[in-house]
Design a protein around this ligand. Structure first.
Ligand SMILES: [Mn+2]
Length: 359
């Protein structure tokens, strides 16, 4: 099993013991991993530890990912219920942030979180954790997902004595494999890991497969999960993917670029979450090492970047798109009126950024 620092575990344990109301926090535009690990931790704190815990998000999750947070777990979204979120945070005596490296990734919530006197814990797998903001940090970049890191943290908490030499069988995940709470928590964690690895296509480590193996042995229904994650889209998404590949894909040397304008989003009635996975498609071309996808939003484009090993998506995101992330999966923004004067200048900006980045 993955080794988790004992001193951090003991401090986290003590903070949980001392807390009554807990904010379990994810980042803006929550992906499957953010929902999986926040849902799992809130579920654990409520069902196993008897705490008042809620998942708090800066904005509402996409319809197709909403199912990941269990219905039994309160979910508060700042864009829908700002006052309820602020009240919850103000009344919390523990704040746990997952799947991002600092409060800046919660955008509008950042000032309220930094103003809170509650102890703060970070559980994340991105580089450069904002250490000064937290009392306890679990930060491991060489791991599939925040959900996997949380799996090992919870397992170590439940097992009490974490040790790399311990046999898997000696410490079952949770106290009773038949308890439905553990199935719910396990399903959340498997959902987060599965989406962040793109269904075991990237960032898979020995510990990742070990986690998957233990969760399947516990009885988590992976088939049902895959059906919900990858086979429950609307028809328009398949048609949009076809159009983007046929009409909008541009190949620039070893890079590929697709831009989804507002006009196209209206034409295909695109909803939040429905473009997930599109950026990966051009990487199936032998000569393409870098794929960049831009989606027009309010006064900016959301930028997703994926790369093959040896080419850094993260560097491109940092240098040209105010972003970051992982070596081969990163994201950022392109601001209209700042980086470019008008939306129709995005293609030219990307082309010149790629030219200088790849030269
Ligand atoms: Mn993640």
């Amino acid at each position: 099993m993955l080794s988790i620092r004992q001193d951090s575990l003991l401090r986290f344990q003590a903070l949980i013991d001392g807390a009554t109301r807990i904010t379990v926090l994810g980042h803006t535009h929550p992906d499957g991993d953010a929902l999986g690990c926040t849902g799992a931790l809130a579920g654990y704190l409520r069902e196993v530890r008897g705490k008042e815990a809620a998942v708090v998000l800066p904005d509402t999750p996409a319809d197709n990912l909403r199912f990941i947070v269990p219905p039994s777990c309160p979910l508060l979204c700042y864009d829908k219920e700002p006052q309820a979120v602020l009240d919850w945070i103000a009344g919390s005596n523990l704040i746990v942030l997952l799947d991002c490296n600092g409060f800046s990734r919660t955008e509008a919530l950042e000032p309220f979180l930094t103003a809170s006197k509650a102890p703060k814990v970070l559980i994340d797998h991105h580089l450069n954790p904002q250490v000064q903001s937290f009392n306890v940090i679990f930060s491991t970049p060489d791991i599939s997902s925040a959900s996997e890191l949380l799996f090992w943290v919870l397992k170590s908490l439940e097992g009490n004595v974490p040790s790399v030499t311990e046999k898997i069988a000696d410490v079952p995940f949770g106290t009773s494999p038949s308890s439905p709470a553990y199935l719910t928590i396990g399903t959340c964690l498997l959902a987060g890991m599965t989406t962040d690895t793109n269904n075991f296509a990237n960032s898979v480590f020995p510990s990742t497969l070990q986690m998957a193996s233990e969760l399947l042995a516990l009885g988590v229904d992976r088939d049902a999960l895959l059906l919900q994650l990858y086979s429950s889209y609307r028809e328009n998404r398949v048609r949009l993917f076809g159009h983007m590949q046929e009409q909008e894909l541009r190949i620039l040397g070893c890079a590929a670029c697709m831009i989804l304008t507002r006009e196209l989003q209206q034409r295909f009635d695109v909803r939040e979450g429905e473009t997930e996975g599109l950026v990966n498609v051009p990487l199936s071309i032998a000569d393409v090492r870098l794929s960049i996808f831009l989606k027009e939003d309010d006064r900016h484009f959301r930028v997703s970047i994926r790369s093959k090993k040896g080419t850094s998506a993260q560097q491109l995101a940092m240098q040209y798109f105010h972003g970051g992330g992982h070596e081969n999966a990163a994201g950022g923004k392109l601001f209209i009126g700042q980086d470019i004067a008008r939306a129709d200048e995005a293609a030219a900006y990307v082309e010149s950024a790629l030219k200088s980045f790849l030269s």
